[in-house]
Design a protein around this ligand. Structure first.
Ligand code: DQA
Length: 144
């Protein structure tokens, strides 16, 4: 069984109260339940971590060396946290960057991800399905 971590960054604990057209209707609990269900199908042992604090996210990443994969939505940190990028660079497991909204179709400052080059790939714009697609991307990556 593959052990994977889902990290959600700042303001993602406010899902359900954020703009539905970008982030969908689900709360973070609802999203995690959906991820849990799909993970079971894929035979993944999944854990969840959410923080609004950059350092806490970095500490979490540092603790993942015995995990098989990581899915990360770093929220706004995506666009400027070189510290999270450095932590991802150290972690030698498959990492997938996800976004609920299509960051390339939004404000200019959201177009850049400083994390993307540390990840296998980026999935952006499919609301909660971004995470489901990322689970399948990890699964296919494991089977290579
Ligand atoms: C986000 C996109 C970011 O630009 C934004 O700051 C978020 C959420 C997304 O999932 O679409 O908080 O990462």
């Amino acid at each position: 069984m593959k052990k994977i971590m889902i990290i959600n960054g700042p303001n993602l604990n406010m899902l359900g109260k954020r703009k539905v057209e970008f982030y969908g209707q689900l709360t973070l609990d609802g999203l995690n339940q959906l991820i849990q269900k799909e993970s079971k199908q894929l035979n993944f042992d999944v854990e969840f971590f959410q923080s609004n604090h950059e350092g806490a996210i970095i500490d979490c990443i540092h603790g993942l060396k015995d995990y098989d994969g990581l899915i990360i939505n770093a929220g706004a940190f995506t666009h400027y946290s070189y510290a999270i990028a450095d932590a991802l660079e150290i972690l030698d497991i498959p990492k997938i960057e996800v976004h609920l909204s299509n960051i390339h179709a939004r404000d200019h400052f959201r177009h850049e991800s400083v994390l993307a080059k540390c990840c296998v790939g980026q999935i952006s714009g499919f609301k909660e399905d971004s995470y489901i697609l990322a689970l399948h991307a990890l699964d296919r990556n494991f089977k290579k």
